[in-house]
Structures are given as structure tokens and as C-alpha cells.
Design a binder for this molecule. Structure first.
Ligand code: ADP
Length: 306
């Protein structure tokens, strides 16, 4: 598999705050790689370093087998970056925004590319509309079209669907899938674990390091978590008791339901049951299949207690 991005030993500090800490990452051509991690984990910093907007304190970044700092000019032409603060011009139309970004990137003869992008982002009917008057989802699609006008080989999307309504989010994902089929490599960060699960590989980033990277289904399998869902009365007291039980690897409350992760339900449940009984808590329980989100939360919690 051809490596399109190779990063090793990457560190970045802001006035003594470590944002990235000796991070290593490789992305293959054609992948859709998802970066997931809590706020402040280092996702935006990583993307800015890869795009050459920030300089690392240590480490190396290779794109297309070329070192970024030595070949920035030629590499820049082949990458696209959709930042969280990507700014469209509200008083320019959809068409004019694309023209503007094409010219900014020194792209000539982009008319047919523009038609193609308008077509597959389904923005053609709105091409004369001012960008300031588009819905949130449409703005994001236009920003994506602007990011793609120079036909990059890899794009970096920093939380592209944050704040976008669920229908537009689905629409955006359909577009990403089409792009991927066309051979584009995508590195994206997302706070939505259901989105991460749709990536070919994900990297879990925490405290400036990638603590785990693999295909989502292999991450679930390898962690071999067993989940139990409890409905307890009184719930508040039950959560208080459960939080103190060391065999419980993670605990999350969704409305009336309490989800706990265990290594071995058969082994660990009797002790949990007797502790709940001692406190006169009544409950019902059922075993459930862990989702990617369950595994992710348990991994982050494990890191937090380290
Ligand atoms: P994420 O995108 O995962 O939320 P960031 O890359 O934005 O994470 O931030 C990583 C860490 O670096 C955080 O602790 C954040 O507070 C810090 N940080 C980010 N940008 C700056 C900055 N410009 N100045 C100081 N600290 C920063």
C-alpha cells in the first residue's frame, strides 16, 4: 500500500502547553482516516502542522514521500484543507466564491471542474445565491467545493459536520463517499463516533498522541468489552454505588439506562448484584453488544486514570 502521509516524532508546544507529544501517524493512499478524541486532544494542531500553517517543535512530516518543510510549495498544490474557520464570502455568490478560491490557488481553466463540483454537491440550482444566504449544510458543501477546486490528492477536514443538521450531515457523507471512490484520500477529525465508525481506519488521539489506530470493527473486537445495561431504582444512588466498583471499566448514563462495561459479565455481575442488593436498589439488566462509542469511552477513561 502506498503511504501518502508519514509522520514521526511530531511534537508541538504553545508557551509550555504540550499540544502534540511525539505523535506518529501513517495514512495510505485512498483511505478515509478519521481522527477522534476529546476536545483539546490535538486534532486541529495536527492538521495545521500537516498543512504547513504551523511549524513543529520536533518531528518529521512527509507527504507524497517528500519532506514537507523542504517541498512545501509543490506539496501545497496537492493538498486541500477545510478548517473549522473556513471563511466563505457572504456577499459573493456560490459561483463567485468558487472563482475566488480558484484564483487564489492559481488555478486556470477550472470552469469544467467548477461545473462538476456544483453538480455533485447539488449546489447548481443555487449558484447565483449569496453564500451568506445559504443554510449551514449548504455552506459546508460550498466550502468543500472550494477546497477541491485545485484537484488535491489528499484533503484534511477539521470537524466538517459539526453544527450541521442530521440530514445535511448524511448528504455531506454521501459526497465524501463519492470523493473517496474517485481515489481521493481523506483525513478528517470528527466528534461524532458514528462518523468515525464509517472511516476505513480511525486514530484515537488523546493528550497529543495517537493511542490506538485500526479499523473500527477491529478496535471493537480487540477490546472484547462486555456491556450490560441496567435500569435501577433509585437511579442516582445506583450510579453512586456503581462508580465505586473496580470491575466496572466504564459507566455511562443515557436517560434511565445505565451502561456498564465489564471484562467478564459472568464473573463480575454477581458481586455487582450483591452490592446493589445491600443498598436496597432494585434493577433489571440485559446484555448488549458494545458499540464503537462504548469502546472509545472505555479507552479514554482508562487513559485518564493512568
Ligand atoms: P483539538 O482540536 O483536539 O480540540 P487542539 O489542537 O485545538 O485540540 O488543542 C490541543 C492543545 O493545545 C489544547 O490543550 C489547547 O488548549 C492548546 N492550544 C491550541 N491552540 C493553542 C494556542 N494558539 N495557544 C495556546 N494553546 C493552544
Amino acid at each position: 500500500m502506498e503511504k501518502i502521509l508519514q509522520i514521526s516524532g511530531l511534537s508541538k508546544r504553545y508557551n509550555g502547553v504540550t499540544a502534540l507529544n511525539n505523535l506518529t501517524l501513517e495514512v495510505n493512499r485512498g483511505e478515509m482516516y478519521g481522527l477522534v478524541g476529546p476536545d483539546g486532544a490535538g486534532k486541529t494542531t495536527l492538521m495545521r502542522l500537516i498543512c504547513g500553517i504551523l511549524k513543529p517543535d520536533e518531528g518529521e512530516i512527509f507527504l507524497f514521500n517528500k519532506e514537507l518543510k523542504k517541498h512545501y510549495k509543490s506539496i501545497k498544490k496537492k493538498i486541500g484543507y477545510l478548517s473549522q474557520h473556513f471563511s466563505l464570502y457572504g456577499d459573493l455568490t456560490v459561483d463567485e466564491n468558487i472563482d475566488f478560491f480558484a484564483e487564489l490557488n492559481n488555478v486556470h481553466d477550472y470552469k469544467s471542474r467548477k461545473e462538476e463540483l456544483l453538480e455533485f454537491t447539488r449546489l447548481s440550482p443555487f449558484r447565483k445565491r449569496f453564500a451568506g444566504r445559504l443554510s449551514g449544510g449548504m455552506k459546508q458543501k460550498l466550502a468543500l467545493a472550494c477546497t477541491l477546486i485545485h484537484v488535491p490528492e489528499i484533503i484534511f477536514l477539521d470537524e466538517p459536520t459539526t453544527g450541521v443538521d442530521p440530514v445535511s450531515r448524511r448528504d455531506f457523507w454521501t459526497i465524501l463517499s463519492t470523493l473517496r471512490k474517485s481515489g481521493l484520500t481523506i483525513l478528517m477529525s470528527t466528534p461524532y463516533l458514528d462518523e468515525a465508525e464509517r472511516c476505513s481506519r480511525v486514530g484515537l488521539i488523546h493528550n497529543g498522541q495517537i493511542i490506538l489506530t485500526d479499523e473500527p470493527k477491529l478496535i471493537i473486537k480487540a477490546h472484547n468489552l462486555q456491556m450490560v445495561e441496567l435500569i435501577c431504582k433509585p437511579q442516582h444512588r445506583a450510579v453512586f454505588i456503581l462508580k465505586d466498583i473496580s470491575t466496572i471499566k466504564s459507566i455511562n448514563v443515557y436517560g434511565r439506562r445505565i451502561r456498564i462495561a465489564l471484562e467478564d459479565v459472568k464473573r463480575d455481575m454477581p458481586d455487582i448484584a450483591s452490592k446493589l442488593n445491600q443498598e436496597n436498589i432494585t434493577w433489571s439488566e440485559r446484555n448488549i453488544t458494545p458499540s464503537f462509542e462504548d469502546v472509545f469511552i472505555s479507552l479514554i477513561e482508562k487513559q485518564a486514570v493512568k
